[in-house]
Design a protein around this ligand. Structure first.
Ligand code: FAD
Length: 558
């Protein structure tokens, strides 16, 4: 059996290595267009920033080491330019010698990955414009000189490039067409990222597009849709990716928006041709996911599908739908997410509610604790639909726990019962994940009715149960301030306020993070008032408002 693999990095090399472990007798040929195989794409930004000093560390293997360890025939500088499904063959062009030859296969695995998308910006052909996809891209970006950088696109790679360039001392501008950086995050989480970027000295331009790059002798100028003109010695284009699949489409392999359509075993529409990684999307999946984990694990499962096809007794495990679990560092902050976000849920018409918590990463009495800001979307049936977390510490663990719970089909309420490791330096006896489950459970049972920050207007009546000092530092305009510890004794004031200011509509109880307002909410609800609670308190509200917070919130005792 000869198996030909197109693309020798994440998905392709995982498939090749697994196949060898399953089948010592197979002939396995890996064709890779670039001059590197099995390189660490995810490590490239850290080489650009200087944290990884030696570029050789990014090269995990060579054709020679792969031959020695796994008996793989790895051919670099080898581009597959055409597939002939009926002849079971591919056409291969050597990118250095231009020699062209034909290679037959019994099974063909496509893992060609993605290319940087190139939006219609005039002047994008400037030599100062870089992408960050390959080892050569990273080498060039590391060598780029100057003092002023403009990064176009604030997705995961754009954020990593920004951090790297700011770390190297570039005056860095980050331009994002969406309303906020890291568009997959909800705005109330992304605001925390924007704050951190500003703390690193990065100038963030959100909600604007780069329109023109004017080439100059000494520098380029980037003109934005709001009229701003940025001076740039280095420009990084990171506005998204598109699948690198022209050669597969030309062979009649079924695609959707360029992504190769595959079934649960990675099989394409053409016999004996499989696809995996950034270039593939499951027929039954919501959309493509360009992440290393799904590519690596998918490659392994495609190899199993091929090996099992040879051995009819075994049944290959299907490739699960990716959850899109992702994480990124921004200075001293970490942002992570799993599952669906608000945009995807709204587009699908799902019924859901959202909870926000700001629990401490570890016991408050132990030095150095910081909050883990968690947001979780919960379906009407209690299913966890998606979660996001931002914080200085412990974000990775919380998102991974929730991602695992989602994969296992646990409900939001089940999070309460997770028996998670705890000692004061590491967590809380009621872990932030447990606490998020508790809030979701309170909502699901109807004990708690939440109002999201999106539903507040300046006229919304608010019972603010923080201390007078916190209240004076910023509150909603139509508020009554009674600290939660005094509420039971001051219910008459609440009654008078409702009669004169609120009427029949519900009022919203709020505090800083949602803990004291939960107590206050129960007190006034028990007293018979028509009431809801602000999800996540003013911490969530401030983040939701972003730069508008100072204009909306009132300071002083009011
Ligand atoms: P790739 O790993 O990109 O491999 C595709 C290979 O196919 C390429 O080397 C290409 O040269 C070759 N090829 C293409 N066409 C042909 C052809 N016709 N003939 C021969 N060879 C061909 N993901 C994460 O989960 N976490 C991260 O932190 C992260 N960071 C990233 C940082 C950067 C800078 C980049 C670029 C990506 C990052 N990713 C990250 C994404 C992750 O690297 C990809 O999702 C993953 O590598 C996809 O695997 P793949 O096999 O589909 O494609």
């Amino acid at each position: 059996m000869r198996v030909v693999v197109v693309g020798g990095v994440a998905g392709g090399m995982s498939a090749a290595a697994r196949l060898r472990r399953r089948d010592e007798g197979a002939e396995i040929v890996v064709l890779e267009r670039s001059k590197y195989v099995s390189f660490a794409n995810c490590g490239l930004p850290y080489y650009v920033g200087g944290e990884i000093e030696d570029p050789a560390k990014l090269l995990l293997h060579t054709p020679h080491t792969l031959k020695a360890a796994l008996n793989l025939d790895v051919r670099i500088n080898s581009e597959v330019t055409a597939i002939n499904p009926s002849a079971h063959s591919v056409q291969v062009a050597n990118t250095e010698t231009r020699e062209v030859y034909t290679l037959t296969y019994d099974h063909l695995i496509l893992s060609p990955g993605a290319l940087a998308s190139r939006p219609p910006i005039d002047g994008l052909d400037s030599p100062r414009v870089h992408t960050l996809r390959t080892v050569d891209d990273a080498l060039a970006l590391r060598e780029a000189s100057g003092t002023r950088a403009v990064v176009l696109g604030a997705g995961f790679i754009g954020i990593e490039a920004t951090e790297a360039l700011a770390h190297r001392g570039f005056e860095t501008h980050l331009v994002e067409y969406a309303e906020h950086v890291l568009p997959p995050l909800e705005v109330e989480m992304a605001t925390l990222v924007t704050r951190e970027l500003r703390g690193l000295g990065v100038c963030v331009h959100a909600g604007v597009a780069a329109q023109t790059i004017t080439h100059g002798d000494d520098h380029d100028s980037v003109t934005l849709s709001d009229g701003t003109v940025l001076t740039a010695d280095v420009i990084v284009l990171s506005t998204g990716v598109r699948p690198d699949t022209v050669f597969a489409e030309a062979a009649g392999i079924e695609t959707s928006r360029g992504y190769i359509l595959v079934d649960e075993h990675g099989r394409t529409s053409v016999d004996d041709v499989y696809a995996v990684g950034d270039a593939a999307v499951g027929r039954d999946h919501d959309g493509p996911v360009a992440l290393a984990g799904p590519a690596n694990r998918g490659g392994r499962l495609v190899a199993d599908a091929i090996a099992d096809a040879e051995d009819s007794e075994a049944a290959a495990r299907p490739i699960p739908s990716p959850q899109g679990t992702a994480i990124v560092r921004i200075g001293s902050l970490t942002a992570a997410m799993t599952g669906a976000n608000r945009q995807a849920l709204d587009a699908s018409g799902a019924e859901y509610f959202t909870v926000h918590t700001h629990a401490n990463q570890h016991a408050g009495y132990f030095p150095g604790t910081k909050p883990v800001h968690i947001l979780m979307h919960v379906g009407a049936d209690g299913q966890i639909l998606g979660a996001q977390a931002v914080g200085a510490d412990g974000v990775d663990r919380r998102i991974d726990v929730i991602a695992t719970a989602m994969r296992a089909g646990l409900s939001a309420t089940d999070l309460i019962d997770l028996d998670l490791a705890y000692a004061p330096p590491y967590g809380q006896a009621k872990d932030p994940v447990n606490q998020t489950g508790m809030v979701a459970h309170n909502v699901a049972t109807g004990e708690l009715v939440l109002t999201g920050p999106d539903a507040l207007t300046e006229a919304t009546p608010i019972l603010d149960v923080r201390t007078p000092g916190e209240y004076a530092a910023g509150h909603m305009p139509n508020s009554l301030n009674i600290p939660h510890t005094q509420l039971r004794d001051r219910l008459d004031e609440v009654r008078t306020w409702v009669e004169t200011n609120v009427g029949d509509q519900p009022f919203v109880v709020m505090c800083a993070a949602g803990v004291r307002s939960w107590i206050g909410y129960r007190i006034v609800r028990h007293a018979g008032f028509n009431v809801t609670m602000l999800s996540g308190g003013i911490q969530t509200l401030r983040a939701w408002l972003g730069d508008r917070a100072e204009a909306v919130l009132v300071t002083g005792e009011g």
